[in-house]
Design a protein around this ligand. Structure first.
Ligand code: NAD
Length: 309
C-alpha cells in the first residue's frame, strides 16, 4: 500500500514514523510546502526504516508524486500556540485545506482513496475536505476524538488499576473544548462503570468524574505548555486508524466524518465501524438527557464554526 503524508511538522513527522512502523505500507511519500523540510524528513525516516521495515520513503516536490496512494493523511497547517484554542486556527487552516485537497484529488483514484484528516479544528476541516473533494463522506475520515478517548482511557486505567485496553469509554462530539464524555455507555470487561467500581471496591464520584473530564479537555493544553506541541498521541491514533483500514478490521473508533445532508450535515465523533471502505456504520450509544444535550451543543458549535468560513 502506498500512503501519502501532507505536512511534515511535529505531527506529520511523528505520524510518518508511526505509519512506517505499522509495516503496512510498501511506500510512503512525504509532501510539505517546505520542500527542504520534507526531504530532510524522508532522509531521516529512511535511515530509521533500515532498522524496521523495507519501505520506500521519499519526499515529493509536487502532488503528482502521490499518484497511486490509497490513503492520504493531511497533517499540514498551523498548530496551537500556548493559550490558543483549536478554533483559533480556523481561518488559517481552512486556507491550508482549500489549497491541499483539490491538488490531492487531481492525483488520486477518486473511487478508492481515503483522506485522513488531522489538521485542527478537526471536525470543521473534515467538513471542508469532504465538500472540496466531493468524496463519499465515508472516505473522508478525521481522527476525531480517538485521541481524547485514549486520554480518557489512560486516566481511567490509572484511577481504576485496570488496563486501558479493557476499557470501553468514549469521548464524543467535537475534537475540541466542547467534547463530552459518554459516561452512560462506558464499561470495563462488559461491566458498566458503577458496577465495576462496586465489584472492585473503587469509586468514581461525580467530583472525580468532573476532574477526569477537566483533565481530558486540558490534556493538549498541558502538553503544549510543556513541550510546545503534541505529536506522539496523535501519531499513535493515526497509525491505529491506518491499521484498521488497511487490515479491514471493522473496529469501532471514535472518528469524525460527515453525517446528514445539506445545511443539516455535520462532522463530529461518534463510535463508528471502520474498515477497508472507510466508515462503514455509525452507532448511537446510550445517553442520559444531559449527555444528549451536551452532544447537541457540541454539534451546534461545529456547525457554527463551519458556517463562519
Ligand atoms: P507544525 O507547524 O509543526 O507543522 C505544520 C506543517 O504544515 C509545516 O511543515 C508546514 O510547512 C506545513 N504546511 C502548512 N501549510 C501547508 C500547505 N498548504 N501545504 C503543505 N504543507 C503545508 O504543526 P504541527 O504541530 O505538525 O500540527 C499540524 C496540525 O495538526 C495542526 O493543525 C495541529 O493543530 C494538528 N493536530 C491535530 C491533532 C488531532 O488530534 N487531530 C493533534 C495534534 C495536532
Amino acid at each position: 500500500m502506498k500512503i501519502a503524508i501532507i505536512g511534515l511538522g511535529s505531527v506529520g513527522s511523528a505520524v510518518a514514523t508511526a505509519v512506517v512502523n505499522t509495516g503496512l505500507a510498501h511506500e510512503v511519500v512525504l509532501f510539505d510546502r517546505d520542500g527542504v523540510r520534507a526531504r530532510a524528513a524522508a532522509e531521516d525516516l529512511g535511515h530509521a526504516a533500515t532498522f524496521s521495515y523495507d519501505v520506500k520513503i521519499s519526499a515529493v516536490s509536487n502532488y503528482r508524486g502521490i499518484r497511486g496512494c490509497e490513503m492520504v493523511i493531511i497533517a499540514a497547517g498551523a498548530n496551537q500556540k500556548p493559550g490558543q484554542t483549536r478554533t483559533d486556527l480556523l481561518r488559517a487552516n481552512a486556507d491550508v485545506i482549500s489549497d491541499i485537497v483539490p491538488r490531492v484529488m487531481a492525483n488520486v483514484d477518486q473511487k478508492t482513496v481515503k483522506l485522513i484528516i488531522v489538521t485542527n479544528p478537526l471536525d470543521v476541516m473534515v467538513m471542508l475536505a469532504q465538500k472540496l473533494s466531493k468524496l463519499p463522506a465515508s472516505r473522508v475520515i478525521g481522527t476525531g476524538t480517538m485521541l481524547d478517548s485514549a486520554r480518557l482511557r489512560t486516566i481511567l486505567a490509572r484511577q481504576l488499576s485496570v488496563s486501558p485496553q479493557s476499557i470501553n469509554a468514549y469521548v464524543l462530539g467535537e475534537h475540541g473544548d466542547s467534547s463530552m464524555i459518554n459516561w452512560s455507555s462506558a464499561c470495563i470487561g462488559g461491566v458498566d462503570l458503577n458496577s465495576f467500581c462496586k465489584q472492585t471496591k473503587n469509586s468514581l464520584t461525580q467530583t472525580t468524574r468532573n476532574t477526569i473530564e477537566h483533565r481530558v479537555h486540558n490534556a493538549a493544553y498541558e502538553i503544549i505548555r510543556g513541550r510546545g506541541a503534541t505529536w506522539d498521541g496523535i501519531a499513535g491514533a493515526v497509525a491505529d486508524l491506518v491499521r484498521c483500514i488497511a487490515n479491514d478490521e471493522n473496529r469501532i473508533l471514535t472518528v469524525s466524518t460527515v453525517d446528514g445532508v445539506g445545511n443539516k450535515s455535520l462532522a463530529m465523533s461518534l463510535p463508528r465501524i471502520v474498515g477497508r471502505g472507510g466508515v462503514i456504520a455509525t452507532l448511537i450509544p446510550k445517553m442520559l438527557a444531559p449527555e444528549s444535550a451536551a452532544l447537541r451543543k457540541s454539534g451546534k458549535i461545529i456547525r457554527k464554526n463551519f458556517d463562519s468560513i
